[in-house]
Design a protein around this ligand. Sequence first.
Ligand SMILES: [Zn+2]
Length: 87
Amino acid sequence: MVGELDILNEWIPEQMQPGTVFVLENAGEIGEKEDPYWAVLSCPSCGMLGLITRRQINGLIPVICGSEKCSAQFFIHESEVVVRKPF
Ligand SMILES: [Zn+2]
């Protein structure tokens, strides 16, 4: 698992390596009002792309990878990936 996120300012699909974040151009305008979608994150463990919300990018709630083959759960702390400890 990649330990640090890499923030892209431009959408370059070939550069969406594991642990890359691309902030949506319409961040905050889609999804739930309370916690809108904010960015696309390439899972730091498997590289699968998924949308993350404002609370996830601010580290308030964990990111859980959507891939069936990957069980990555982590918090984003600034630009670091903090693995969620199992309960
Ligand atoms: Zn994953």
